[in-house]
Ligand binder design. Structure first.
Ligand SMILES: Nc1ncnc2c1ncn2[C@@H]1O[C@H](COP(=O)(O)OP(=O)(O)OP(=O)(O)O)[C@@H](O)[C@H]1O
Length: 264
């Protein structure tokens, strides 16, 4: 049984331009699916269609069957968080919406526990922080805590690490992997970055210009991409990794050389 099944989803702009074309997708309970594709390929709109929050003027046709509770983590925690609401209140508010009749005190206790689960230290203090007092990584942890407050069975993540530096990005990816495993939650993770998607996904779906060009088990797609575009993404990714590896080895050589000159 699928937690989510999409059949023939098309999204069309008011002027008749097709933005997403005949997308099929299925997600089993507990499964992680990565959607990769260049900017404008229709990844975000597909997620928005699942949640029923399409921008005005875009019409959907096709079928979306979703029996699971869903919650979304957006790309930009700086703008997605309400600047006039303390971090704890934001999470507590989402929790209360999903636990009607429970007290504000219960909600704050739940928010503290959620902060701890997403690795926010000094959780009780941080509940009172304003978004602008938190780092980008901490803000994204708050957004994840708010999503978890809805107790989702499917977590939808739209470029959740793109605005973060590489070190913090790795921490958030670790956190998501851990949460998905601990909660047996399914996840759809969207990014333009194949390496990022590959680090959290069991299955991969490749989109280009609104169409699905390839889908399959991640390791199989990476080992033998069937579509030229997937092969291009893979080659670009390998190239980038090689470049960053050679930069790291140059930097570590330089730092050991400068260490050598100090000790000499
Ligand atoms: N509100 C909107 N009104 C009209 N067109 C839109 C709207 N939002 C997105 N589009 C168009 O739909 C197409 C798909 O956009 P979408 O945001 O889903 O792409 P994406 O793959 O998520 O890329 P990105 O990572 O840049 O967001 C693009 O051509 C985009 O310009």
């Amino acid at each position: 049984m699928s937690a989510l099944k999409i059949k023939g989803l098309s999204l069309v702009r008011a002027d008749g331009v097709t933005l997403v074309d005949n997308v099929d997708l299925a997600l089993a309970p507990g499964e992680t699916l990565g959607i990769v594709g260049e900017s404008g390929s229709g990844k975000s709109l597909t997620l928005r269609a699942i949640l029923g929050i399409l921008p005005a003027g875009i019409t959907a046709t096709g079928e979306i069957a979703c029996t699971a509770r869903t919650a979304m983590v957006f790309q930009e925690p700086a703008t997605a968080l309400n600047p006039t609401m303390r971090a704890g209140d934001l999470v507590a508010r989402v929790w209360r919406r999903h636990h009607p009749g429970r007290s504000k005190a219960d909600a704050l206790t739940a928010a503290t526990e959620l902060f701890e689960q997403v690795g926010i230290d000094r959780a009780a203090d941080r509940l009172r922080a304003w978004p602008h007092e938190l780092s980008g990584g901490m803000r994204q942890r708050v957004m994840i805590a708010a999503a978890l407050a809805a107790e989702p069975e499917v977590l939808l993540c739209d470029e959740p690490t793109t605005a973060l530096d590489v070190r913090v990005q790795a921490q958030i990816l670790d956190l998501l992997r851990d949460l998905v495993a601990r909660r047996s939650m399914a996840m759809i993770f969207v990014s333009h970055d194949l390496a990022v998607v590959a680090s959290v996904s069991e299955r991969l779906l490749v989109m280009r210009r609104g169409e699905v060009v390839e889908t399959g088990v991640l390791t199989e797609v990476l080992a033998a991409p069937a579509h030229e575009y997937t092969a291009e993404l893979l080659a670009a990714n390998l190239g980038r990794r090689l470049k960053s590896e050679s930069r790291e080895s140059r930097e570590s050589r330089e730092s050991s050389e400068s260490l050598g000159s100090v000790t000499r």
